[in-house]
Ligand binder design. Structure first.
Ligand code: COA
Length: 532
């Protein structure tokens, strides 16, 4: 084993500038996260409490084991949309009675916990995480169902919420619903599709239609309790398996249910003893230059993420724009692919392909550390087969069966985002640092390309080219692409699982690797036809 030697000068001017820029960006992310935590605002939270209820996050806090971590996913969902940041849903991985579970909690203070298009995307992502990692699903339900004004985008795809739950059950993944309040209309199928259902006295309301709707539909006079109260469901309909006296009692019962699942990880339990990195994680704040055109050595990041900073580099002298090698993180083996000088050439692509195949032979999860402007373009590179070689890497990433985790540290542009296991390549988890940017290409390059295309089109038609208008267009496009490349924007659209503090990266990766090992980790020898 070889321990990495850091050459990072933490006393340098560049380090200080990069660190300050990162801290500023972190502050911006935190301000947005605070909005998600604030739910529907102080009035709505106050009203909720006056009803004797806990908030979604308080329920989760009480549900998970004392002093254990909750890895919240997609907290900035819906950022930049017309909906509240967080999308009226809290999702994440928490340990309940010693079992890592996927927890989904409606935030009833935001529009009655109703599901808008972003809520749906977030709940589908939660289910995906549960499926891929074989995590029991616990739903903390309190939702008014579909967000009615956006029903056209919610109603038809929304069926997947219920389909996912029963498919999880069919795969043997336990599903548990703790119903804290409303679970009406389509929402009634959340407990309906769950293996275990807990309802709370005089608090849970589970019906296909509430009293006004029933009156409209059939003329029948009814009330909440007789239509869908916990008492009725526990004694009469049989939909409730457990009758809780209050919220705390429901959570206690939920914890008991999990403790009786006899749920065992298919992989190793998290280790308690492993070496810490030799260098401070705090330094990660200053590694990425605020100008992403300036390259940085990803070994400085690796040295602060992996156990004992030990990293056995694979092919260090070949394809040096991509660093590949083996390490351990919280005791779990991991193969790392990290961009060094931004551009991926043919050698880097071939090296990555071989490395991914090796990880599949040794059943080793892969970590992709992004800082790439994409595959090299130009006559020489085209003639030498950059498309073939890039395709080879994308083939390997697509067909690899070991779990992947992606971290966007800096740039993640063009097909480089794909080759490095971007969101569409289904990494088990994908996080971004506040310094990250992702788009089809850089803003200046993209505006320049549009400008060249328009100039050529004007020439072809024999029309004069308006230089002034072109300047204005380029400035506008650059600003738009810059804004759309930023991590908060991408996180809002659920293109990542969260924008994280670089200092938390090691802990988060450790939690992810542990969750991943709840399922079997098995590679493959079966890839697509490699175009040589
Ligand atoms: N779609 C969109 N907005 C909704 C909504 C829905 N289905 N249900 C509630 N809201 C909004 C309310 O208009 C209110 O908005 P505001 O914050 O701008 O004032 C906010 O959510 C809170 O609603 P309120 O009724 O004040 O809260 P509550 O906690 O007393 O009750 C519900 C919450 C969900 C029980 C209640 O609003 C309700 O029954 N809604 C209709 C549920 C329904 O029939 N859904 C059908 C889905 S298919």
């Amino acid at each position: 084993m070889t321990a990495l030697q850091s050459a990072l000068d933490t006393a340098s001017e560049e380090f200080a500038v990069a660190k300050e820029a990162m801290i500023t960006k972190l502050g911006e992310v935190e301000a947005e996260y605070d909005k998600a935590i604030g739910g529907g605002g102080p009035d709505k939270v106050e009203r909720h409490r006056k009803r004797g209820k806990m908030t979604a996050r308080e329920r989760i806090e009480l549900l998970i084991d004392e002093d254990s971590a909750f890895l919240e996913l997609c907290p900035l969902a819906a950022w930049g949309s017309d909906f509240q940041v967080g999308a009226s849903l809290v999702i994440g991985i928490g340990v309940v009675s010693g079992v890592e579970c996927l927890i989904v909690a409606n935030d009833p203070t935001v529009k009655g916990g109703t599901s808008n298009p972003w809520t749906l995307k977030k709940s589908f992502r939660a289910n995906e995480v549960a499926f891929q990692n074989r995590l029991p699903v616990i739903s903390l339900v309190e939702s008014g169902g579909a967000d009615l004004p956006t029903q056209k985008e919610v109603f038809i795809p929304g069926g997947q919420m219920f389909r996912d739950l029963t498919r999880a059950s069919a795969l043997g993944i336990p599903t548990i619903s703790l119903v804290f309040g409303n679970s009406t209309a389509g929402g009634a199928y959340i407990p309906g599709m769950s293996d275990h259902v807990v309802m709370i006295k005089e608090q849970s309301k589970v019906f296909l239609g509430g009293p006004p709707l029933v009156k409209m539909a059939t003329g029948e006079e009814s009330d909440d309790e007789s239509l869908g109260g916990a008492d009725m469901h526990a004694r009469t309909s049989g939909l409730a398996d457990y009758y809780a006296l209050d919220e705390q009692d429901a959570i206690r019962i939920g914890r008991d249910i999990v403790s009786r699942l006899n749920w065992k990880k298919k992989g190793p339990e998290p280790k308690t003893e492993y070496a810490e990195p030799l260098y401070e994680t705090e330094d990660l704040l200053g590694v990425v230059p605020s100008d992403l055109k300036i390259p940085f050595d990803p070994r400085e990041v690796i040295a602060r993420l992996v156990d004992g900073s030990e990293f056995d580099e694979f092919k260090p002298l070949y394809g040096s724009s991509l660093v590949t090698g083996w390490a351990q993180l919280h005791g779990y083996p991991v193969g790392i692919l990290a961009n060094a000088r931004g551009i991926l050439f043919s050698e880097e692509s071939q090296k990555a392909t071989q490395f991914i195949q090796l990880a599949n032979r040794s059943n080793t999860p892969l970590l992709f550390l992004h800082n790439t402007t994409g595959y090299m373009v130009g006559r020489e590179y085209e003639q030498n087969g950059i498309i073939k070689h890039g395709s080879m890497m994308i083939n390997a990433v697509s067909n690899s069966k070991v779990p992947h985790i992606s971290l966007l540290m800096g740039a993640s542009y063009g097909a480089g985002h794909y080759g490095m296991c971007g969101r569409a390549y289904e990494p088990r988890f994908l996080f971004a640092w506040p310094s990250a940017k992702s788009a089809v290409m850089g803003p200046q390059q993209l505006a320049g390309v549009i400008s060249l295309v328009m100039r050529a089109a004007a020439e072809a038609k024999g029309r004069p080219f308006d230089e002034e208008a072109d300047k204005g267009m380029r400035a506008m496009v650059e600003a738009q692409i810059e804004a759309e490349s930023l991590p908060m924007f991408l996180s809002g659209r659920l293109f990542d699982d969260g924008v994280i503090d670089p200092r938390d990266t090691r802990t988060i990766l450790g939690l992810c690797l542990s969750a991943i090992h709840t399922n079997e980790v098995e590679g493959t020898a079966n890839f697509g036809v490699f175009r040589m």
